[in-house]
Design a protein around this ligand. Structure first.
Ligand SMILES: *[C@@H]1O[C@H](CO)[C@@H](O)[C@H](O)[C@H]1NC(C)=O
Ligand SMILES: *[C@@H]1O[C@H](CO)[C@@H](O)[C@H](O)[C@H]1NC(C)=O
Ligand SMILES: *[C@@H]1O[C@H](CO)[C@@H](O)[C@H](O)[C@H]1NC(C)=O
Ligand SMILES: *[C@@H]1O[C@H](CO)[C@@H](O)[C@H](O)[C@H]1NC(C)=O
Length: 467
């Protein structure tokens, strides 16, 4: 999900019934939270990564408007005792088919107040509704955070204003306990909004044919450089995954996402904090590096988002090549489809289906392509390597779905101003978000993926078509 202050807007995509069946909804199955013993990592490795984080001065975050400073939460970074107890955790992920979004349960404050949040690698701030935000203000779920009822709550002097394509979400940053599954941080920077015109305000309610899940807010799993606080105030904090690692709660500086598939909204996915769940993989991981940006205000080179360079597509023996360096694409669990500039999306769609029609910004194709097993490949520069490329591949059939409302078939490419690879692609892979080595890994996911592959080199024989 893309706040506009990052120069990109979320594309309002129509919510479609892609694979949702007609059957009665089944009760959601919650995967048990599993605890896995810490892998035997050499301690030096872990310390090496931890030391690569830039210090963030939590004291300044907590200064009140009047200049006084409240107590200073600062993450513990060098506690050997804790480090030895770091363990991998799996947190269940809701695959919400109404929205094609993923969601995670969190608990905030003391005693805990519960929220269901969109799990979003496309943004970095985690926000929930404040107790001022009513349904009419865009907080549809009715769940609100009451800070006066949390004994661990601290306010900050920083307001939050996120501009989405559909409007703004406005509120304030605060610090409190955040618990996700069994993982808990005492002093996590979070935000609460008093008004919301963002995508969370666009959900269908049960009366409008929606399911029983109404998401309360957003869980931002991006980089510190992607927070609104950094963009607006040149000040930042570690989002939950990085903060977990700094507090020695997880063994490795990464999290991995498996989406899973279901005919209904279901808790069929998982986030693994601190490692990759090999049981969900059906092949090797390939890695590509995260793009760095020069921050305008500071001139510093920062990782702002989970963006990687894509060098091109290969499809039906045609190469769609970008420049040698590639074009940055966001690997975004907060987006559904694959968003591409119109000319490129159109060329790809025509290569898949020459008789494709663009209707209401959706590519309508013959439903026979649901059976098309020819591969589409996406080529990336290999992480750490000089000039070698790696690719992910999947059959065209995985990019086509039948719309529930009219039985027509559509492609998951959406013409847009943006470059985003969202859940309809990511559901085919286990995706590793590695903030220690600043790289993203993909491995074919089990079950859904018999034809999904990753490999080291791209097809050299194919005909070129310059982009
Ligand atoms: C780590 O584990 C040891 C032994 O199991 C235990 O005594 C200690 O309290 C734990 N430390 C933390 C910070 O949980
Ligand atoms: C939030 O940002 C939008 C867009 O920049 C602006 O129109 C609005 O006034 C801002 N709200 C506040 C409270 O600053
Ligand atoms: C932003 O913060 C950095 C580090 O705190 C500082 O070096 C830099 O001068 C600041 N830049 C601006 C424009 O405030
Ligand atoms: C890529 O190729 C290198 C050397 O050719 C090999 O060591 C590595 O395991 C390969 N990786 C994958 C994902 O196939």
């Amino acid at each position: 999900m893309r706040p506009i202050s990052f120069a990109l807007a979320i594309v309002a995509a129509t919510v479609l019934g892609v694979s949702a069946g007609e059957d009665q909804p089944v009760k959601p199955v919650r995967l048990p939270i599993r605890r896995i013993a810490r892998r035997n990592l050499p301690n030096d490795d872990a310390r090496y990564h931890r030391n690569r984080f830039q210090p963030i001065h939590y004291d300044t975050l907590l200064e009140n408007a009047d200049g006084t400073t409240t107590s200073s939460p600062s993450p513990d970074t060098d506690d050997d005792q804790k480090e030895q107890n770091a363990s991998v955790h799996i947190v269940p992920l809701l695959n919400d088919l109404e929205l094609y979004e993923l969601a995670v349960n969190v608990e905030i404050g003391t005693p805990a107040q519960e929220f269901l949040l969109l799990f979003d690698t496309g943004s970095a701030d985690t926000w929930i509704p404040s107790n001022k935000c009513l349904k009419a203000d865009g907080c549809l779920s009715g769940s609100q955070f009451d800070s006066s009822k949390s004994s661990s709550f601290h306010e900050t002097k920083y307001p939050l204003n996120i501009t989405y394509g559909t409007g703004n979400a406005e509120g304030n940053y605060f610090v409190d306990t955040l618990k996700v599954g069994e993982l808990e941080l005492d002093k996590q920077v979070l935000a609460m909004v008093d008004t919301n015109e963002g995508p969370i305000a666009q959900q269908p309610t049960a009366e409008e044919g929606g399911d029983q899940y109404i998401l309360d807010g957003i869980f931002g799993a991006g980089y510190p450089g992607g927070t609104i606080m950094y963009q607006r105030f040149n000040q930042s904090y570690y989002p939950f995954p990085q903060a977990l690692y700094l507090a020695n709660k997880i063994p490795e500086p990464l999290f991995s996402v498996f989406i899973g598939e279901s005919e209904q909204s279901e808790w069929c996915g998982e986030i693994m904090f601190g490692d990759v769940n090999k049981e969900k993989m059906n092949g090797d991981l390939i890695y590509t590096d995260v793009v760095t940006y020069k921050h305008k205000a500071t001139g510093l080179s920062v990782h702002e988002r989970w963006n990687v360079f894509l060098q091109g597509f290969q499809l039906r023996n045609v190469n769609f090549k970008f420049s040698k360096a590639g074009t940055p694409f966001t690997i975004d669990t907060g987006s559904n489809f694959m968003y591409l500039p119109k000319h490129l999306a159109t060329q790809l769609a025509k290569t898949i289906a020459p008789d494709v029609q663009l209707v209401d910004n959706q590519f309508i194709v013959d439903c026979k392509y649901m059976e098309d097993n020819e591969e589409i490949k996406m080529v990336f520069p290999e992480s750490g390597a000089q000039g070698t490329s790696v690719y992910i591949a999947l059959p065209i059939s995985r990019l086509v779905a039948r719309r529930e409302e009219d039985g027509q078939c559509m492609l998951f490419f959406v013409p847009s101003e943006h470059y985003i690879l969202g859940n309809m692609l990511l559901r085919n892979f286990v995706t590793v978000f590695d903030f220690g080595q600043h790289r993203i890994g993909f491995a074919p996911a089990i079950e859904t993926d018999k034809d999904t592959t990753t490999s080291n080199k791209s097809d050299e024989d194919s005909k070129d078509e310059q982009q």
